[in-house]
Ligand binder design. Structure first.
Ligand code: VG1
Ligand code: CO
Length: 542
């Protein structure tokens, strides 16, 4: 039976960088999840009888919301839903399923790299028929609907057994439970030289993949160990857990420090990698060398032709504004376009759909290509492996040779987490107010060349997105960027991105924080970070 249930709006359902993210108890409020899901449906048109993909990263509350979403999809008139077995679909796998089966769109339940559990984070995002995150126009429309919602539609159906593969009927709609890994693994096989990778592992190449108890575990186990023959035990923490084992499933040098330590050790494997909560991020660490995500995008782009899926070359490269300029130099050398977008994968969708960019990347460990419309953690790992196999060199050799050819972009991000929102906003307001007076001034012996508040003009649909980060550029090309995170769930997180280009190859071995020391001090001089936030130092340095 279909029911219309009266409800009252919540005022805090504005989607952020990647969907709506809140603490689980917030989502557990009466009708909170239902309101947001109905608002998604209310902002869409023409899905009657069509198919919706539903999946998540397996975190706490995933199963409950999947049942709600199925019942609501039936009541709202979808003809079919495809659900990952156990409620599991990594973000890139969901994107692929949407595209492969030409469904209307999909709902992905995830708070990505944020921790999970009864008092931790949950999230809901909508992806459109191209497989990509809803563009700003749509997330704005969804937010408008959440402000005035007065009822939602649901169907009285018995809970669906989402652990059993196959089809069942629910309130006149078909529910198909699918293998979450099969389609994705097949796609990877079509892009990369699996024979060469099998040979690589057979020759004794050793790898460590840390799935951080998040969604990538089953994908990595199947692809790396089962299909490519990597040693048993290559994948660690591969069982998705609702609370990620109590850790942050954030593959960076802080939360994956054990991997870093292993890779720097005497008996390190040849290659190390990790992925995040929903499987769209990647951390790459070669034996004895950490590859910054910004460098990784550039290196993958420079070598992509070595993989069968990219043998014809790239159409263009896109990177988010705070991501380092390393990829720009590769694009220049290849003679292809370079696009600079705001933070968040939703801004790459148009460029990929229009065939203007093939590889995209963000400094936050997100890399991907036109094979799906999301960033893709395991894809980046497999492309690295394919390049290692084709070149027959170590990760360290490839990185140092890249720097020698293109120069090195020293890069670091400093995060000040859980700053009181009022103080963080005051810092940004203060910075904005002095943007006009900064050019020409000297800070720590460096002259400010320009300063602005980044606005993006989408070359495909002509839309403009303003206030996407404050940039301060120095003469010589160094820069600092300031912006507030749009994925946090308590207080505000200030992100400070620091970059310096070093062409001289005799200076490519410096410690990053040392190489950037002047700029780090200049960032504090310019934004009065300590005074404004009360924090003498960042909480996370990546
Ligand atoms: C962060 C990253 C951004 C990324 C976003 C979603 O956003 O900086 O690059 O696209 O997370 O990634 P913010 O607004 O907190 O800086 V994921 O893997 O959390 O979906
Ligand atoms: Co993620």
């Amino acid at each position: 039976m279909i029911r219309t249930v009266p409800t009252k709006p919540y005022s805090d359902q504005k989607p952020g960088t990647s969907g709506l993210r809140k603490k689980v108890p917030v989502f557990q409020q009466e009708h909170y999840a239902e309101n947001f899901i109905q608002s998604i449906f209310d902002a869409l048109e023409g899905f009657e009888g069509k198919t919706l993909v539903i999946g998540g990263d397996g975190r706490f509350y995933n199963r409950e919301v999947i049942q709600k979403a199925i019942a609501m999809a039936a009541a709202n008139g979808f003809g079919k839903v495809m659900v990952g077995q156990g409620g599991i679909l990594s973000t890139p796998a969901a994107s692929h399923v949407i595209r492969k089966y030409q469904t209307f769109g999909g709902i992905i339940l995830s708070a990505s790299h944020n921790p999970g559990g009864p008092h931790e984070d949950f999230g809901i995002k909508y992806n459109a028929g191209n497989g990509g995150p809803a563009p700003e126009k749509l997330t704005d429309a969804i937010f408008e609907k959440t402000k005035t919602i007065s009822s939602f539609k649901t169907a009285d159906v018995d809970p669906i057994d989402i652990d059993r593969i196959g089809k069942v009927e629910a309130a006149g709609m078909t529910v198909e439970i699918i293998d979450p890994v099969a389609d994705y693994a097949e796609l990877m096989e079509s892009l990369f030289d699996f024979d060469a990778l099998r040979k690589l592992f057979k020759s004794g190449f050793r790898m460590r993949f840390d799935a951080m108890h998040a969604v990538t575990g089953p994908y990595a186990k199947e692809i790396l160990e089962n299909r490519l023959g990597a040693q048993d035990g290559t994948c660690r923490n591969f069982k998705p857990l609702p609370d990620f084992g109590g850790h942050h499933p954030d593959p960076n040098l802080v939360h994956a420090k054990h991997l870093y330590d292993e890779m720097m050790g005497a008996d390190a494997p040849d290659f190390g990698a990790a992925s995040d909560g929903d499987g769209d991020r990647n951390l790459i660490i070669g034996k004895g060398i950490f590859v910054t995500p910004s460098d990784s995008v550039a290196m993958l782009a420079a070598n992509a032709r070595l993989a069968p899926g990219y043998k014809d070359g790239l159409k263009g490269i896109a990177r988010s504004m705070p991501t380092s300029g390393a990829a720009d130099r590769v694009a220049e050398k290849l003679g292809i376009g370079l696009y600079e977008t705001p933070t968040g994968w939703k801004f790459f969708g148009n460029l990929l759909d229009a065939g203007m960019a093939t590889i995209c990347g963000e400094e936050s460990a997100g890399t991907g290509s036109n094979h799906v419309r999301e960033k893709d953690g395991l894809w980046a790992v497999l492309l690295w492996l394919n390049i290692l196999a084709a070149r027959g060199e170590s990760c360290k050799q490839i990185v140092t040779e890249h720097w020698a050819t293109y120069g090195r972009n020293y890069y670091s991000r400093h995060d000040y987490e859980e700053v009181e929102s009022g103080r963080a906003n005051a810092l940004i307001d203060e910075l904005r107010a002095k943007l006009g007076s900064l050019p020409g001034t000297s800070v720590r012996g460096m002259t400010v060349a320009s300063a602005d508040d980044f606005a993006y003009h989408d070359p495909v649909d002509g839309s403009t997105s303003e206030h996407q980060g404050i940039r301060v550029l120095f003469e010589g090309g160094s820069r600092v960027v300031f912006r507030l995170s749009g994925t946090g769930t308590s207080g505000a997180t200030l992100r400070v991105y620091i970059e310096r280009y070093e062409p001289d190859r005799s200076k490519h071995d410096l410690d990053t924080q040392v190489a950037l020391a002047d700029l780090i001090a200049a960032a504090d001089d310019i934004a009065a970070i300590h005074r404004n936030t009360g924090r003498p130092k960042p909480s996370v340095i990546t």
